[in-house]
Design a protein around this ligand. Structure first.
Ligand SMILES: [Zn+2]
Length: 171
């Protein structure tokens, strides 16, 4: 009934990798983020990565349903017409698209890991040699991270848009 979503789910499920899906309902563990995908352990041989995908249910329930203008180049796929489980399915599809890309393409996995490492470095305000980053250096790194984020989001947003149409037509 939802071929795009099912394809992603079975690609991930039938892989050799360890992928956890967590549904977080405790509002104390949630921010405004709908979901996240974390690479907990990357297998250098590429056989068995450990990846954890979390859906933050209260944030998804609260998400504004209508169309939104892209912000700093980031597109939004609306929630309009979807309720509860179908909202979760749309967000799950987005995260599964990230995961299936990571499993298929080592370059994409590397991109996601680089974003994560850079975000930590900027949050800590230090370079890898321990030197504190200047304000300008922080800004430069932040805008570089954003370009990487936009690149990594492209395939996930495309999959999410396909799944959104599918969920709307096959309720
Ligand atoms: Zn994403």
């Amino acid at each position: 009934m939802h071929p795009a979503l099912q394809d992603l789910w079975s690609t991930v499920e039938q892989s050799t990798h360890l992928v956890f899906v967590e549904l977080i309902t405790d509002p104390k563990r949630c921010s405004n983020m709908a979901a996240e995908t974390v690479v907990e352990e990357a297998d250098p041989a590429g056989r068995r990565h450990t990846i954890r995908l979390r859906l933050f249910i209260p944030a998804i329930d609260r998400a504004y349903p209508g169309a939104q203008e892209p912000q700093e180049g980031m597109e939004f796929v609306p929630f309009a017409g979807l309720r509860h489980e179908t909202r979760y399915a749309k967000v799950l599809g987005h995260e599964l698209a990230h995961v299936s890309n990571m499993l298929r393409d080592p370059g994409y996995l590397h991109l996601v890991q680089e974003i994560c490492a850079e975000q930590h470095a900027v949050a800590a305000g230090v370079r890898s040699d321990g030197e504190r980053l200047s304000h300008t250096a922080l800004q430069e790194r932040s805008s570089r991270i954003w370009r990487l984020v936009l690149e990594s989001e492209k395939p996930a947003l495309a999959a999410e848009a396909r799944i959104y149409r599918e969920l709307l037509t096959n309720k």
